[in-house]
Write a protein that binds this ligand. Structure first.
Ligand code: MRU
Length: 373
């Protein structure tokens, strides 16, 4: 999408790869919304670290980063032995896979690359296959988001207020976003509506990233505190919820998404408000039997006990100065699960690249579309 805070307006992808230099290029999401900058990772360890420390975050974006990081790791291998190469790429896979456990996209992306590599008969040909497959993953991610936009946009009507949680926008993908795709498409079509962005404590991706994205694209929006959605729903001021997901179980239709999603889904059900989840195919987990088996990332307690922000620039300097402030009682500890599971019965439908499906029909419908492709 275009970034307008720079001089002029320029198109950026959240994640890209310079195959000549073997460098992954990322928008540094830790600096947003106060500073727009890119960072480069020069080996797969650095790429895994960028996923882990959330320089890059969001299911599709870490999927593409893992895909490029995997190709990067493969490329750095300098020997002709296929046996040693396999040992090496397994290490690359494990390093990238464990960077963040809940989103399934990184593992899906890398498994897909590994499957394709089997047709290569030399290290060099497998390295080339890995590279092409990583680019393909990134292209598919964009194409899926475009299609999600086309299928989801008809849900949005003039005068609506939509609620979204966390950031499933273009910063969470290579481009466009999943939850934001219908929003961007409807906006292009000239529909008039507004978006409420849940603040999404503790890391505030809604207030920081979704609000920044929507502002860049000129979409009317308001940041609301995490506790305010029930109030607005009760007063008839929210007509639809669209979120993304980090993992959706094909077998049950349950969805793992940013902590707080489950409670918004309960509220939506209580108020009879449609609750949609937008996902590309890489977010589908075909194996896991039930939501309780999904690994939930436990994050640092400091994220809950403290808040991060930036001091406004003084008149003499333009720089926002990053600050961490302790909020909670100094002797208290916190619990900080990063994600929760929304049961299928609370989800009205999944907006996918192939259409909108109920949780019950999701797995079979996607299989049907894939088999006729
Ligand atoms: O911890 P994050 O920021 O990587 O969490 C991911 C998210 O932003 C959300 O859970 C999002 O809705 C799904 S990612 C498309």
């Amino acid at each position: 999408m275009n970034v307008n805070c720079l001089e002029g307006s320029k198109h950026f992808h959240t994640v890209s790869f310079n195959s000549k230099e073997n460098i992954v290029i990322l928008i540094n999401q830790k600096k947003l919304p106060h500073q727009f900058s890119l960072v480069e990772t020069t080996d797969f360890y650095q790429t895994a670290a960028a996923i882990q420390d959330m320089t890059v975050r969001g299911a599709g974006a870490i999927g593409a980063t893992a895909a490029f990081g995997f190709a990067q790791g493969c490329n750095s291998f300098k020997d002709n032995s296929l046996e040693l190469f396999e040992k090496h790429w397994k290490k690359v896979f494990n390093t990238l896979a464990k960077a963040r456990p809940t989103a399934v996209d990184p593992v899906n992306a890398m498994r897909n690359i590994i499957d394709k590599m089997k047709s290569g008969t030399s290290v060099e040909s497998q390295q080339q296959i890995a590279l092409e497959a990583a680019y393909q993953f990134a292209e598919d991610d964009i194409a899926h988001c475009v299609a999600i936009g086309q299928h989801g946009s008809p849900l949005i009507q003039d005068g609506m207020t939509l609620l979204t949680h966390c950031n499933a926008g273009w910063l969470a993908f290579v481009d466009i976003g999943s939850a934001t795709a219908p929003i961007y498409t409807a906006h292009k079509e000239g529909k008039r509506f507004q978006v409420f962005c849940d603040e999404t404590r503790p890391r505030s991706q809604g207030a920081i990233l979704t609000a920044w994205e929507l502002a860049q694209q000129g979409i009317p929006h308001r940041v609301i505190s995490d506790n305010a959605a029930g109030h607005f729903m009760q007063r008839g001021q929210i007509q639809m919820v669209i979120t993304g997901a980090d993992r959706v179980l094909a077998k049950t239709g349950e969805a793992a998404n940013k902590i707080g999603t489950f409670s918004k889904a309960v509220l939506a059900k209580y108020h009879n408000i449609p609750f949609y989840i937008a996902i590309p195919l890489s977010t589908i987990d075909w194996q896991t039997e039930k939501g309780a088996d999904i690994p939930i990332e436990e994050r640092d307690e400091d994220e809950v006990l403290c808040a991060w922000g930036a001091k406004e620039p003084s008149t003499s300097s333009k720089e926002y100065i990053p600050q961490k402030i302790r909020i909670a009682n100094s002797s208290s500890h916190a619990l900080n699960p990063g994600f929760d599971i929304t049961p299928a019965e609370l989800i009205t439908g999944f907006i996918t690249p192939f259409g909108i499906f109920s949780p019950k029909e999701l797995g079979n419908k996607i299989k049907e579309f894939l088999s006729v492709k």
